[in-house]
Design a protein around this ligand. Structure first.
Ligand SMILES: NC(=O)C1=CN([C@@H]2O[C@H](COP(=O)(O)OP(=O)(O)OC[C@H]3O[C@@H](n4cnc5c(N)ncnc54)[C@H](O)[C@@H]3O)[C@@H](O)[C@H]2O)C=CC1
Ligand SMILES: O=C(O)C(=O)COP(=O)(O)O
Length: 528
């Protein structure tokens, strides 16, 4: 099978070699598409690779009926509708490490240029003005840099600023005292940071919580003459409030790489002499572009080779060593879910999954996702996958509960799945037998030993002589071959089950014939 990859923003040709080398991928580079053109074009593609220009809206994602992965060759995914991607089962990956260094270096370049008014002086000189009075700057040494967002880039900026002999104070909700000490920064609240700083640099993602984080109220708390740098995202600093603070003389300067609306050619901030700017160049180095393109390309190749991706954004990443331990359970988990679908006709309210034995101390969320996927597949078909399984369950109001216990009675590992409706609870359990593969070992309250695959007929009957024989005879009459058979009962002469695996799918009419037999209460076909 060949998958088609659309690259809609300029990516490094040297960085996309993993895509070019893959036998199962066909790559098209079509940049500068209008939103309408993208909606039309995406229909034919299985993967979309972008930078920050392409807006991957819900409309684009919904139009991409074949779309399985969106790769962001960079960090910020605010140009991608993550909710829509998750809902449509499209995995989003990014390249979180590839441009850290370049963005940090660009921030320091902006900081230095701002302090020494280099762009303004350059512009004057190019216009034949030799002006040594207007462009007097300030030293960085001994000044305080406030860093808001001490993630990958913020940390690198802090370390470099210390090299300039600056004091660094930082705010990040995940900054611990130990980490602050290790990096050599003072930890503060966001208010403390803006109050203490001579220069403030922003390195958070653009989120609902960070939009307009730096607003009029914050400017009021800042030192007079403060200068700001934004190489993160437009909109984190409120542009109107920044404009007013500069005009009022509170803010002495701002260095902006990013803007609320890009391209930012008509932005009023650019009219102010105190504002220096670059057109979103933080990640624009040969090295960063090659690195981010390689990272997303590898993830696309991984996905289409059935391997787990390394940098998922809309699904938790699972380390390789853990994935190795849990991946063998995915098939079993999906089959347990699939089987359970047949056990109730009522609305499922809760799925409880209990993991025991070897599974009690590993990350089981991916196994849970496979169980939920199997359970909901009859309702969603191929639309459901690892990315959206939990989301779709949540949309249906189904509560998912995971439990872990260390000691299963008879198995080294056991996955027990129970579904609860308003009136009943149905259970199934399975294990992975070393050297033999997956087995279903419990269906409802019956012990079984069943390979979870193929066509099954699941029968509830009364434990009476002749019941099993009648079923066998009837199937023989129809020319249906029984490959394996499991029986289980509660008490002699009481409720019992038969689980027959047959060589072909049975029709509703054939099931009805079985249901009409004496002592047979319920018959269903289970396709695993
Ligand atoms: N101008 C450019 O070309 C580039 C811009 N960026 C932007 O920089 C951002 C940061 O990149 P990385 O450092 O790689 O990401 P990261 O994920 O390593 O770090 C972001 C940090 O922000 C923190 N944070 C989240 N909410 C916060 C809040 N309300 N206040 C303070 N901190 C908060 C997080 O805890 C995290 O530590 C990206 O999201 C992207 O938008 C990234 C690369 C290049
Ligand atoms: O990685 C990021 O978040 C960036 O902002 C870089 O954007 P770009 O890929 O240069 O359009």
């Amino acid at each position: 099978m060949t998958y088609r990859v659309l690259i809609s923003d300029p990516l490094s040709e040297d960085g996309i070699y993993p895509l070019r080398e893959a036998d199962n991928l066909e790559v098209d580079i079509i940049t500068d598409l209008t939103p309408e053109e993208l909606v039309k074009t995406i229909v034919d593609y299985d993967a979309l690779l972008v930078r920050s220009q392409t807006k991957v809206t819900e409309e684009v994602i919904a139009a991409g009926k074949k779309l399985k992965i969106i790769g962001r060759a960079g960090v910020g995914v605010d140009n991608i509708d993550l909710k829509a991607a998750t809902e449509h089962g499209v995995i989003v990956v990014n390249a979180p490490d590839g441009n850290t260094n370049s963005a940090a270096e660009h921030t320091i370049a902006m900081l230095t240029a701002l302090a020494r008014k280099i762009p303004q002086a350059y512009y004057a000189l190019k216009n034949k003005k030799w002006d040594r009075k207007t462009y007097v700057g300030v030293e960085l040494k001994g000044k305080t840099l406030g860093v808001i967002g001490l993630g990958r880039i913020g940390r690198e900026v802090a370390l470099r600023a210390k090299g300039q002999r600056m004091n660094v104070i930082a705010y990040d909700p995940f900054l611990t005292d130990e980490k602050a000490e290790h990096i050599g920064v003072t930890k503060g609240t966001v208010e403390e940071v803006v109050q203490a700083a001579d220069f403030i640099t922003i390195h958070t993602p653009l989120l609902k919580e960070t939009k307009n984080l730096i607003n009029q109220k914050m400017f009021d708390k800042m030192k007079p003459g403060v200068q700001l740098i934004n190489v993160a995202r437009g909109g984190i600093i409120n542009e109107d409030d920044l404009y007013d603070a500069i005009v009022a003389g509170k803010v002495a300067g701002a260095a902006l790489d990013v803007f609320e609306v890009e391209p930012a050619v008509d932005n009023k901030l650019l009219e102010l002499p105190e504002v220096i700017a670059t057109p979103h160049l933080g990640a624009s180095t040969v090295e960063a572009q090659e690195s981010v393109a390689i990272d997303v390309s590898h993830d696309v190749v991984r996905l289409f080779n059935g391997q787990p991706v390394k940098n998922p954004v809309n699904m938790p990443a699972v380390p390789k060593d853990i994935m190795k331990k849990i991946e063998p359970y995915f098939y079993l988990a999906e089959k347990l879910g699939r089987f359970l679908t047949n056990l109730t006709d009522e609305v499922i309210k809760e799925i409880k999954i209990s993991y025991s034995g070897e599974l009690h101390n590993v990350e089981v969320a991916p196994i849970t996702r496979n169980t939920v996927k199997g359970l909901l597949k009859p309702h969603y078909g191929e639309r459901i996958n690892d990315v959206n399984a939990a989301y779709l369950a949540e949309q249906q109001g189904i509560v998912i509960n995971e439990h872990k216990t260390s000691h299963p009675k008879d198995f080294t590992n056991l996955i027990k799945v129970e579904i609860k409706t308003d009136t009943e609870t149905k259970a199934i359990a399975g294990t992975l037998l070393k050297g033999f593969g997956p087995r279903i070992v419990q269906v409802e309250e019956y012990r079984v030993d069943l390979v979870p695959e193929g066509h099954l007929i699941y029968i509830h009957h009364k434990d009476q002589p002749g019941a099993i024989g009648r079923v066998g005879t009837e199937l023989a009459k129809k020319g249906i071959n029984i490959a394996t058979m499991q029986v289980g009962r509660k008490d002699i002469g009481g409720a019992a089950i038969m689980l027959l695996s047959v060589d072909e799918e049975v029709t509703d009419e054939e099931l009805q014939v079985l249901l009409d037999l004496k002592d047979i209460y319920k018959v269903s076909a289970v396709e695993l």
